[in-house]
Design a protein around this ligand. Structure first.
Ligand SMILES: Cc1ncc(COP(=O)(O)O)c(C=O)c1O
Length: 405
């Protein structure tokens, strides 16, 4: 990852098809487009690949989440349970539809701890949103069980994990809906883009309309469309879809390249007894974009991060605990409710409570973990070299600590 590392003639061919007709919009212009419908083709390709009923393309993963919330009827006052480790878009979208983000601890899957989810349920809970972080999956069975017991919606934020699987099913297709991002740093990229998948025709009709100002898309005359409800412009362009089409067809190849490098790196890091790894409920379903490894204490981890920096090999190794985008510790703008638009009273109350909540269990995990991003172009030799350098840095820190204690 990211997919742009392997752009080639396939992407150029799909884009040129669109440029030759000059029709860059996904709807209408039926005559001049001469049968070129890249967005529709990509939607069909994704549905076929993931084995799901329906795919709706949109302009980003953020648009995908917002569209999914709206179509699932999640709005003012409803509570959505989400993890403290994710990307900021997860709570931005919840706030934007008027709902309340309820943040809970992660476990060693690096996403929702089912017991923490149970404790967070109230009569206002409407949805549980696991985030399949860094290319691997939440343990969905216990979460599905909770949804069943409490009649809740399961929305999978699979923005980082397109092509991942859990017990034989593709991520995103297991809950009522799932979202993907095809932004520039994802395994499959079209510069900016996203998708929502579902098996419900009723939900799909809403996704389709909401992402295009509520158009019902019946018939060939766009101007004559009816608007059963208001929506937004979250449309993808034909140029973006064209790139995505070429990229999606390479997905399995990308995953197999990454799997090989990840396994090699993991076996090198495994030689250090103090290193453990993120719990992945279904390792065969990991798309292997990151190898996440854990050290025994926060002190050792911080020292290893400093050592990697000192040796100029920190790039590509992410210490999420200190990251501004991905972990709650740095989300002061959320905790301070620093919104440009007025928030509702339930939202303000929840954010005030959040500012005083400690996430000790998550801190214990996140303060000890480092994720190494896996490149698509790494050779065996380069992977070995990277692994050996990381191991040397870890051993240096461990030796220093032993001498000091
Ligand atoms: C977990 C998660 N959700 C949502 C998004 C939003 O996707 P986009 O950047 O396409 O808007 C991202 C983007 O990185 C993400 O990582």
């Amino acid at each position: 990852m990211p997919g742009f590392e392997l752009f080639g003639p396939e992407e150029r061919k799909e884009v040129n098809d669109v440029l030759e007709t000059g029709i860059l919009m996904r709807y209408g212009f039926d005559g001049p487009r001469k049968g070129i419908w890249k967005s529709k083709e990509l939607e069909a390709e994704i549905s076929r690949k993931l084995g799901c009923g329906y795919t709706q393309l949109v302009s980003s993963g953020t648009a995908a989440l917002t569209t999914a919330y709206a179509a699932l009827g999640i709005g003012a006052g409803d509570e959505v349970i989400m993890p403290v480790f994710t990307f900021v878009a997860s709570f931005e979208c919840i706030l934007s539809v008027g709902a309340v983000p309820v943040l809970v601890d992660v476990d060693e899957t690096l996403t929702l701890d089912p017991e923490a989810v149970r404790r967070a349920i109230t009569p206002r809970t409407k949805c549980i949103m696991p985030v399949h972080m860094c290319g691997a999956m939440a343990d969905l069975d216990p979460l599905l069980q909770i949804c069943k017991e409490h009649n809740l919606i399961l929305l999978e934020d699979a923005c980082q994990s397109f092509g991942g699987r859990y017990k034989g099913k593709y991520l995103g297709t297991i809950g009522q809906a799932g979202t993907f991002s095809f932004d520039f740093v994802k395994i499959v990229t079209c510069a900016e883009g996203g998708a929502i998948v579902t098996n419900s025709e009723q939900l799909y009709t809403k996704l389709d309309g909401f992402s295009d100002h509520g158009h019902n898309h019946k018939g060939a005359d766009r101007g004559a469309d009816l608007h059963p409800f208001p929506g937004y412009n979250f449309r993808i362009s034909e140029l973006h879809a064209a790139v995505g089409l070429a990229q999606v067809r390479k997905l399995d190849h990308f995953i197999s390249l990454q799997r090989k490098s990840l396994q090699q790196l993991q076996s090198i890091l495994s030689t250090v007894p103090e290193v453990s790894f993120r719990h992945i409920p279904d390792p065969d379903g990991d798309i292997c974009t990151f190898l996440t490894w854990l050290l025994p204490t926060e002190g050792i981890t911080r020292a290893v991060v400093a050592e990697l920096k000192q040796q100029n090999i920190l790039a590509g190794n992410f210490y999420w605990y200190e990251h501004n985008w991905h972990y709650i510790r740095k989300w002061d703008h959320l905790k301070e409710a620093a919104s440009l638009y007025n928030l509702t009273d339930p939202q303000l109350k929840a954010l005030a409570a959040l500012a005083n909540t400690k996430f000790t269990a998550s801190d214990h995990i996140m303060s000890r973990c480092i994720s190494t991003a896996i490149g698509l172009l790494w050779t065996e030799e380069q992977t070995r070299e990277k692994g050996e350098k990381i191991v040397a840095a870890i051993k240096k820190v461990l030796d220093t600590q032993m001498v000091a204690s």
